[in-house]
Design a protein around this ligand. Sequence first.
Ligand code: SAM
Length: 286
Amino acid sequence: MKKQEYIDMGIASGLSHHQIESVLCRVLELSKTELFALTQISSKYIYEVQQLFFKLQSGESEEYMLEKANFYGRDFSVDERVLIPRNDTEVLVSVMLKKINESIDIKNMSYVDVGTGSGCIPVSVVEEMRPLKFKQVFALEISQDAMDVAASNIENHCPGSIELRESNLLSGVFHDDFSGKDLCISANLPYIKDGDHKNMDESVIRNEPNRALYGWSDTGFELYRELVKQCFQMKQVHKMGEIHLFIEIGFDQWEVSRSVLEEFGLRFEYFPDSSNIERVIYITGF
Ligand SMILES: C[S@@+](CC[C@H](N)C(=O)[O-])C[C@H]1O[C@@H](n2cnc3c(N)ncnc32)[C@H](O)[C@@H]1O
């Protein structure tokens, strides 16, 4: 069968050339360059290709369909158990790396990622920082399902470098001995506020895990407020050095985040995403 016939089938299903190529590459296990060189494709693949065209046509995300997503230049395994890593979250990683490079001394520092999902944030940070290393690195997650996905990504990219633990916010490391140590924390927690699902993309609502999306409050900032409280408790209990906290917020959470951080008397700095909206906050002063 001619490759063009497969392409025409995809176009008839309303898919883009990019989506059609992605499906063909996945089914034939070829790179885009290898696919480009083909003129004929065996008709034995028709059923599988049609199934995937149908999934895309009915709104399934390409990343879930392909079971992989690219984040900070690396491929991560993803499926419906975890949030698909977003480009916006790359800003959080860039800000952390920039601050570490410019002004944070990591000699005596451990690093914790809270709500790790696929593990894309800690894996990227650890890999981008090489040969520099934190003393210890933890990836914390409340969902056992998500942890299974994170475990396979950690194993693929940096085996042995990140300890994965089940945890409600920081509870999973609360009893570790951080006395005298500094701590760097990253978090991209669920922050969609009550009622906002009305404005969201249908495929996100249908496919992505609720636990990864919703902050279950009228501001969406409650989990972050709790995280900030836990940072103060940890610092006090462990007589720790500095805590450096990096968080990603929603596009409309500048005001609520500012008022909560001021209420706690913290120092903070905002960083914009590619649309120039303040989406990442670097917080110190615990
Ligand atoms: C918005 S997703 C982000 C996932 C990943 N960090 C990323 O940027 O792609 C939030 C993650 O936090 C987890 N989560 C939600 N509530 C949590 C809690 N109380 N403690 C720890 N993790 C939590 C969810 O299961 C989900 O995996």
